[in-house]
Design a protein around this ligand. Sequence first.
Ligand code: AMP
Length: 273
Amino acid sequence: MKIFKDPKELIKFRQSIKKSVGFVPTMGALHNGHLSLIKRSILENDYTIVSIFVNPTQFLEGEDFDKYPKKIEADLKICSLAGVDFVFLPDIDDMYQDHELSIKAPKIEGFILEGYKRAGHFDGVLQIVLKLLNITKPTNAYFGKKDAQQLYMIIKMKEQLFLDTNIIACEIVREADGLALSSRNVYLSKEDRQKALNLSKSLKLATKLIMDGERDSKVIKSHMRKILKDCHVEYVEIVDREFKKLEKVEISNTIILVAVKVNETRLIDNIWI
Ligand code: AMP
């Protein structure tokens, strides 16, 4: 496994690869969710590049940029055992200049839900993902449905900026008890973790209600909020696959999303119906 730090060096090296390249962008502290993306990339491409970069521009003032978990040794071990070919590990100064041009998330879809609670977050996400795609020029790039709205923005960016990479959506990986894997789960105490389980429980209940014939978003959301009563709920929303609010659930065209804070830890989860 070869490690690149300098973007220019990787750009140059990439030109020599004539076969298919899969790319998995991450912020490190790798878990089985990341690993599922990595494994899929390895399966579907001749070469796989994983980037590990905690991107400052997607964090807002007062968020956890400084204390975001860093486990670089373990991450490199995981990548190497998984069979990753190349890891891209850039420094902030090599990725950003003093005066950067800006990329704006689309109006409405970029400013609701995560975009509302974390204003400017998606601008930073799109900026770094575009840079990373330009450096790695992947055939296929792998993103988790866990960050559903982010995935939607990246698909839009691909369409609107005519990017020549397939964006591959990957299923959410969960613990046996339902908790969606996240690098931020390490912040949770035992008690917090118990409360955090309510996210997936609320989504399970929503699914059951829908399976039993309920379609009214208001009714479903109010049942979900009851389960989430011990968490500080930021939003519970039911949207279609274009992130338009739905009054009635449409089978095969719905995403149910929740965001909560358990103590200081912000958690998101969703289910695609
Ligand atoms: P992050 O390191 O949190 O920026 O995540 C890197 C990629 O892994 C993103 O595309 C995430 O959506 C994806 N990811 C994170 N957690 C999970 C999970 N539990 N299941 C599937 N994909 C995930």
